[in-house]
Design a protein around this ligand. Structure first.
Ligand code: SAH
Length: 371
């Protein structure tokens, strides 16, 4: 059976969504993403094994251990700059298979006092991924707890890391029509048996403050990410109140009006967003301007965005690479270089992926953000 054929067999989630839309009308793209990704039983992250060669997509920590090691050293340095608090939360949002945290903790061994002071908190909704994180971090010998959401973590000075987390938070889309903005919704096609994008019949609420339509071409799409902005507001408020820093790494853009960035992937290839909900990953580019705006709104400092490749190079990627290759076979060395190239080269992940640091006001400019 081909992948395409699978897409036409309705998934359990698709059948329920079609029934819901038939009885109640179209739903927002945010509601669709929420269900497709996080439905407790049939959601993508809850029911599938998304990450890695056998999954649907791969991420920087899965490609090269250097990624997590350099971030581990960045965290140790940040902890020192915070005045080396004797107890702090080391938080990861959306830790996937736990590889990044494993590499962070290994690199941090060079400062045992950092590990003694750290309480690891993993914010993860998927029971399946939690299990995998547990297995991978069991031997680390460090207090580790799981939370459903960031706000469930007891307040303390914090160092927070989020790699490819914000891109899966739900977004909404608005289309510029002849009569102004209309929300783009998930409804049904003419047959009434398949999901299809439709436009809302009435204009969106003015409180959404969408851009003026004057300069915007008909058919253009504008995206908003309320969930991401709220998340940044919670993080920034916690940093302002209790101290610390957050490192956010994701693919994204600066500035509004970037157009449509909603996309789905399955088995490492592009996939139609509305096909087989629950079986494909759905993401959207992160709007860094909006996130930084939310952080400023909460009184936090923000640095970046800096392209991932530049950030890693400033943290000592080349030196680390050289050290890792010592005593290795030519084939192993080729592998190490290929991984480093993928996470840092502008033609691969180095330019599209960007790094932002949020922090309590008054801390120095963090490493990696200074030219
Ligand atoms: N950071 C990992 C995995 C990225 S995939 C890596 O770099 O490999 C996204 C991760 O975020 C998954 O673990 C997913 O289950 C989790 N996730 C997504 N949205 C979430 C939310 N709202 N709350 C908690 N975890 C979430």
């Amino acid at each position: 059976m081909t992948e395409r054929a699978t897409a036409h067999e309705a998934t359990p989630l698709e059948e329920r969504l079609i029934a819901l839309i038939k009885s109640r009308g179209p739903i927002t793209i945010a509601d669709y993403m929420e269900d497709a990704l996080f439905h407790p039983h049939d959601g993508y992250y809850t029911s599938q094994a998304p990450i890695g060669a056998k999954g649907d997509f791969t991420t920087a920590p899965e490609i090269s251990q250097i990624f997590g090691e350099l971030i581990g050293l960045w965290l140790v340095q940040s902890w020192t700059e915070m005045g080396a608090p004797q107890a702090f939360n080391l938080v990861e949002l959306g830790p996937g298979r736990g590889v990044l945290m494993q590499d962070i903790l290994r690199a941090a061994k060079l400062r045992p006092a950092f590990l003694d002071a750290a309480h690891v908190w993993l914010v993860e909704t998927s029971g399946r991924l939690r299990h995998e994180q547990q297995r991978r971090l069991r031997g680390a010998g460090i207090a580790t707890d799981w939370a459903d959401s960031f706000t469930d973590i007891p307040p303390a000075p914090s160092l927070i890391v989020a790699n490819e987390f914000f891109d899966c938070l739900p977004i909404r889309q608005f289309v510029r029509t002849a009569t102004g903005w209309r929300e783009r919704l998930v409804g049904l096609d003419a047959s009434g048996d398949s999901l299809a994008f439709v436009e809302a019949a009435t204009p969106p609420l003015a409180t959404l403050s969408l851009p003026d339509t004057d300069q915007i071409a008909k058919g253009a799409i504008y995206e908003t990410g309320e969930a991401a902005e709220q998340m940044v507001d919670e993080i920034a408020s916690a940093l302002v109140a209790h101290g610390g820093r957050a490192l956010i790494i994701d693919y994204g853009h600066l500035g509004a009006g970037a157009g449509e960035t909603l996309q789905a992937v399955r088995r490492h290839a592009s996939w139609p967003v509305l096909a087989a909900p629950g079986r494909a990953d759905i993401t959207a580019h992160v709007n860094f301007d909006r996130l930084i705006g939310a952080a400023f709104g909460a009184g936090a400092a923000a640095h970046g965005p800096v392209p991932q490749g530049e950030f890693l190079e400033r943290l000592g990627l080349s030196a680390r690479l050289e050290r890792l290759c010592g005593g290795k076979s030519p084939a192993e060395i080729a592998d190490i270089f290929a991984g480093a190239h993928r996470i840092s080269a502008p033609s691969a992940m180095g330019e599209l992926f960007k790094v932002v640091c949020l922090g309590a006001p008054g801390l120095a400019e963090p490493a990696g953000f200074r030219a």
